[in-house]
Design a protein around this ligand. Structure first.
Ligand code: ADP
Length: 449
C-alpha cells in the first residue's frame, strides 16, 4: 500500500465509495419501488372490480354484460359468478387455479404453475337478479418480471458506470495532482544540479495545489536571494578587508627595514592604527547588523530627551564640518521626548550627519531638523553636496553599497545607511531620501510619537 501512488489510492477509494453508495441507493430505490408497484397493482385491481358492477344489467329476464368486462385493461382479468360460484361471464388467465375460494372484499395471493396472482372478489346485488360475484385476477409475476428486467438492466449498467467513474476520476486526480509532480521534479532538479534558479512555474490561483506551487516558488525566490546575499556578503567583506589589510602589511614590511627613522616609524604606526580602527569599526557594525538580522540585538529602551540627543549629535558634527568649512544649522524643537535606545539613536544621527559632512559641499551648509508634525516626530538631515543619482537611490540602503567608489570616503564601507534603516525600523519608524545630483540630499525619518 505504501508504494502505491496517491493518485491510485484516491481513485480506488472513491470508486469503492461510489460503488457502495450507488448499490445502497439502488437497493433502497428497488425495494421501495417493488412495494409501490405491488400496492398500486392491488389498488387498481380493487378499483377495476368495484367499477365493473356498472357493466352488468338485468334486462328482459337475463343478465346483460358489457363487453368492457372482457377487456384486459391494466392486465386485469374480470369474471362474473352467481351466488353459488358458477361462472357466468368474463375471462380467466391461463394457469389460474379456478378452485380458489371466494373471499369477499379481500386481496388473496394465489400460486399456480410458478405464477403468482392477486385475486380480488366482490359481491354485489343486481336489481331483479340477485347476488353476483365479480372476481378480478391479475398476474403479479408479470408485473414483477418487468420490474426484474429494470433491475437486471441496472445491474448490468452499474459496473459500467463505476468503471467509467473510476477512469474519469483517475484522470481528474492525475490532473489535480500535476502541481505536486512538478514540485517534486523541481526539487529533484535543484538537488541534483544545485541550480536554485529553477521554479515550478505554474500559473497561480487555480486551486490549493496551484497556490501551493506558487508559494513554493516564492519560497525558492527567497532562498535564492538570501544565498546570493550571503555570497555577495562574503565577497564584499573580503573585498573591504583586502585594502586595509594590504596597507597594514606594506607598512609593517617598511617598518621592519633597518633604515627607518623615528618620524617614519611614527607615521607608519599611525597609518596602521587608522586601518585597524577602520577594520574594528567595520567588524562592530557587521556584528550589530548580524545580531539585528537574527533578532538577537537587545535594545535598551528608555524615555529620553530626543531634542537634547539631537543637539549633542549636531554639536559633535560641527567639529568635523569645520574641517571642510561647512556650517551646521539646527532647527530643533525643544522638549521632544521619545522612548528608544539612546546608543542606537545617537548612532543613527551620527551616520546621517557623517555622510552629510563627507558627501556635502565644501563650504556648504548642513541642516539638522527635529520637530513634531501630525502627531509624529520628524527628523531631517539636509546637505547641498554631490547628491545621489536616480540609478543609485534604491540601492543606498544595501549593505556595502557605495554609489560612486571614486567619491566615497576611504574610511567607510557602505554599512552606515543599512544600520540607519534598521535603527529607524526597530523604533517603529520609516526613512526616506530625496536627492538631486550636484544639488544635495535630504534624509527624512518619521517616528511614531
Ligand atoms: P558609506 O559608509 O559609504 O557612507 P552608507 O551606507 O552610509 O555608506 O552610504 C551608502 C552610499 O550612499 C554612500 O557610499 C554614498 O554613495 C551614498 N550617500 C549616503 N549619504 C549621502 C549623502 N548625504 N549625499 C550623497 N550620497 C550619499
Amino acid at each position: 500500500m505504501k508504494n502505491i501512488s496517491l493518485k491510485w489510492k484516491l481513485t480506488v477509494l472513491y470508486t469503492v465509495l461510489m460503488t457502495i453508495v450507488v448499490c445502497m441507493v439502488l437497493g433502497i430505490l428497488f425495494s421501495l419501488s417493488n412495494q409501490e408497484i405491488l400496492s398500486t397493482i392491488q389498488i387498481t385491481l380493487k378499483e377495476r372490480v368495484s367499477g365493473s358492477f356498472d357493466d352488468i344489467k338485468y334486462e328482459d329476464g337475463k343478465l346483460d354484460f358489457d363487453s368492457d368486462i372482457l377487456e384486459l385493461e391494466d392486465n386485469i382479468y374480470l369474471s362474473v359468478y352467481d351466488e353459488n360460484g358458477n361462472f357466468l361471464y368474463g375471462k380467466i388467465p391461463y394457469g389460474f387455479n379456478q378452485k380458489t375460494a371466494f373471499s369477499d372484499g379481500e386481496i388473496q395471493d394465489s400460486y399456480s404453475d410458478k405464477v403468482r396472482f392477486y385475486v380480488f372478489d366482490m359481491t354485489g346485488f343486481i336489481e331483479g337478479y340477485g347476488m353476483i360475484y365479480i372476481r378480478g385476477i391479475t398476474s403479479v409475476t408479470e408485473a414483477e418480471r418487468s420490474f426484474l428486467i429494470t433491475v437486471q438492466f441496472a445491474v448490468f449498467f452499474l459496473p459500467l458506470l463505476v468503471a467509467l467513474a473510476g477512469i474519469l476520476g483517475y484522470f481528474m486526480t492525475k490532473k489535480a495532482f500535476e502541481p505536486v509532480g512538478r514540485i517534486t521534479e523541481t526539487v529533484r532538479e535543484i538537488y541534483q544540479k544545485g541550480d536554485l534558479s529553477k521554479r515550478v512555474g505554474l500559473e497561480s490561483g487555480r486551486d490549493e495545489l496551484y497556490q501551493m506551487a506558487a508559494t513554493f516558488d516564492l519560497m525558492l525566490e527567497r532562498v535564492e536571494q538570501s544565498i546570493k546575499r550571503e555570497q555577495q556578503f562574503t565577497s564584499d567583506v573580503s573585498h573591504e578587508l583586502r585594502t586595509p589589510v594590504s596597507v597594514i602589511r606594506m607598512q609593517c614590511e617598511e617598518l621592519l627595514t633597518e633604515s627607518v627613522s623615528r618620524e617614519e616609524t611614527r607615521e607608519g604606526i599611525e597609518v596602521i592604527d587608522k586601518k585597524i580602527r577602520y577594520i574594528s569599526r567595520m567588524i562592530s557594525q557587521l556584528l550589530l547588523l548580524s545580531r539585528a538580522d537574527q533578532g538577537r540585538e537587545k535594545l535598551v529602551m528608555e524615555s529620553l530627551d530626543f531634542s537634547m540627543l539631537t543637539e549633542m549629535a549636531a554639536e559633535e558634527t560641527r567639529e568635523q564640518a569645520r574641517e571642510r568649512n561647512m556650517t551646521v544649522v539646527t532647527e530643533i524643537e525643544q522638549g521632544i521626548d521619545f522612548y528608544g535606545d539612546e546608543t542606537l539613536l545617537i548612532r543613527m544621527w551620527m551616520n546621517l550627519l557623517n555622510n552629510a559632512v563627507v558627501y556635502g559641499k565644501e563650504g556648504g551648509t548642513i541642516r539638522v531638523t527635529l520637530k513634531k508634525e501630525n502627531g509624529k516626530i520628524v527628523g531631517m538631515v539636509q546637505d547641498d553636496g554631490i547628491g545621489i543619482s536616480q540609478k543609485d537611490l534604491p540601492h543606498i540602503w544595501e549593505r556595502f553599497y557605495q554609489a560612486d567608489s571614486s567619491r566615497t570616503s576611504s574610511d567607510s564601507a557602505g554599512l552606515g545607511l543599512s544600520m540607519v534603516q534598521w535603527i529607524v525600523r526597530v523604533h517603529g519608524g520609516t526613512i526616506d531620501v530625496e536627492s538631486v545630483p550636484e544639488k544635495g540630499s535630504s534624509f527624512i525619518f518619521q517616528f511614531p510619537k
